[in-house]
Design a protein around this ligand. Structure first.
Ligand SMILES: *[C@@H]1O[C@H](CO)[C@@H](O)[C@H](O)[C@H]1NC(C)=O
Length: 436
């Protein structure tokens, strides 16, 4: 879905730019705190005149839409009062079907955030207060400069809990300005210019420059002391966008969407049990030593369908660990099928060792019928397949025109699939950067 959406953005933003230029005189749109009603006649003019518009594509008969509507009404005045105001608008997608089609609306309600006329899917919460704190991120500067301890505290407090927060101490803001821009939709960035030693104690760093990452909802904090060079810095930022061990649920699965790392998934009976909590601690320390992997966990009690996808049910010896490529295959490690011994820490290490040494067994995800639905809706597997197909076709055509002999044989298909996925991903990223 992502790939298509990106193309869509590119096309629609080009169209919006042309239309916007044509109708630039009529910029009578203001954020007055009411929810705008848009239709065929004024939609393009509104989204090109307003910097930030959250559009609710709804249908009059849809129950979820009716429940969402008062939340949007309540959020609108608060969003309108921001320094960079955000406007909420509604489109009756049942009536204005061509608008709905144009923006790929396939269900009601669909929320899209238009940033300078370019739409992106709104993935945040739908309750008024949470929606406001989520959307504020989009109206905030890429990197905020903070000049005192209390400014730091205010910034961290106001950031809410949806996005991680990065605070640079004794750091020149130019060092993170580029990455602040690149990841501005995923995290808050700030640089503290003036701060006390108390604050150093509070955030647990003992020298500068330091970049501190905070995950308010997971009570997690990491400190990076450098080197403040592109790749190291970006790796730190990318890897700390997610907490060390992430509980897998519908919402967090969405946030895994953009991460490229494989997922070490641990399936337990019940996430909330004391013994699971101990295991989660072990997983966190394994994660901090293996930041090239994402560590996630799920309880059968919390999400049975998801666990079943990886061959775990109530009869399975738990906890069970697998490595998932977030597509249709996962790996188990021969000899480390379950982590149910006395010394779970060494069992986890053995699992990781086995994985790294390739003592793995490939399995296909399966089990529940809901799988295809959730994977395709959250991970966008449908698009991945389309992209793989398109890229593979392009590669084949290129190869054919270059008159290079096509390699055939065992494993050929797999090689193609892997390399074309990689290409598909990297092209998505390029396209993704362009939106900024
Ligand atoms: C697992 O390891 C054992 C012992 O090394 C070996 O005999 C067996 O064939 C392996 N199983 C698979 C499925 O690779």
């Amino acid at each position: 879905m992502r790939g298509l959406t990106v193309w869509f953005w590119a096309l629609t933003s080009a169209a919006a730019a042309i239309l916007g230029a044509a109708a630039s005189s009529s910029s009578s749109w203001v954020a007055d705190g009411t929810v705008l009603e848009l239709d065929d006649s004024n939609f393009e003019s509104a989204i090109s005149a307003l910097d930030l518009v959250l559009v609710d594509f709804h249908a009059p008969w849809c129950g979820h839409c009716k429940r969402l509507s008062p939340q949007l009404d309540a959020a609108a005045p608060e969003l309108a009062s921001l320094k960079n105001p955000i406007v909420i608008a509604k489109v009756n997608a049942d009536k204005y079907t061509s608008l709905a089609r144009k923006y790929g609306v396939d269900g009601y309600p669909t929320l899209k955030l238009f940033i300078h006329g370019v739409p992106q899917e709104y993935k945040g919460p739908r309750k008024a207060d949470l929606l406001v704190s989520y959307l504020k991120k989009f109206a905030a500067p890429d990197v905020t400069l903070l000049d005192s301890d209390s400014a730091v505290a205010d910034f961290v407090g106001a950031a809410g809990t949806f996005f991680p927060v990065y605070v640079g101490f004794g750091l020149d803001e130019s060092l993170i300005s580029e990455l602040g821009l690149k990841y501005k939709r995923k995290a808050w960035f700030s640089v503290a210019k003036d701060f006390s030693e108390d604050l150093m104690m509070l955030y647990d760093f003992d020298k500068v420059p330091a970049l501190v990452s905070l995950h308010p909802s997971y009570d997690e904090r990491h400190v990076f002391y450098g080197p403040f060079e592109e790749e190291f810095l970006e790796d730190f930022i990318k890897q700390s966008l997610l907490p060390l061990a992430i509980p897998i649920n519908y919402d967090t699965l969405k946030s895994l969407d953009d991460d490229e790392r494989k997922i070490v998934l641990t399936i337990v009976e019940d996430e909330d049990e004391e013994k699971s909590k101990n295991l989660i601690k072990i997983l966190k320390s394994a994660a901090s030593a293996n930041r090239d992997l994402v560590f996630g966990y799920v309880g059968i009690k919390q999400w049975e369908d998801f666990a079943e996808t990886f061959g775990a049910n109530k009869k399975t010896k738990l906890p069970k660990m697998v490595v998932w490529d977030r597509m249709e295959e996962y790996l188990t490690v021969n000899g480390s099928e379950s982590i149910d011994g006395e010394d779970q820490a060494s069992q986890v290490s053995q699992f990781l060792e086995g994985y790294k040494e390739g003592r793995t067994i490939k399995e296909k995800v399966g089990g529940s019928v809901s799988l295809t639905a959730f994977i395709s809706s959250f991970i966008g597997i449908g698009t991945v397949y389309i992209l793989v197909f398109v890229v593979a076709t392009i590669i084949l055509i290129r190869k054919a025109t270059e008159e290079e002999p096509l390699r055939v044989g065992r494993g050929d298909k797999v090689d193609h699939a892997t390399s074309s996925t990689a290409e598909a991903e990297s092209s998505e990223h390029k396209a993704g950067e362009k939106e900024d």
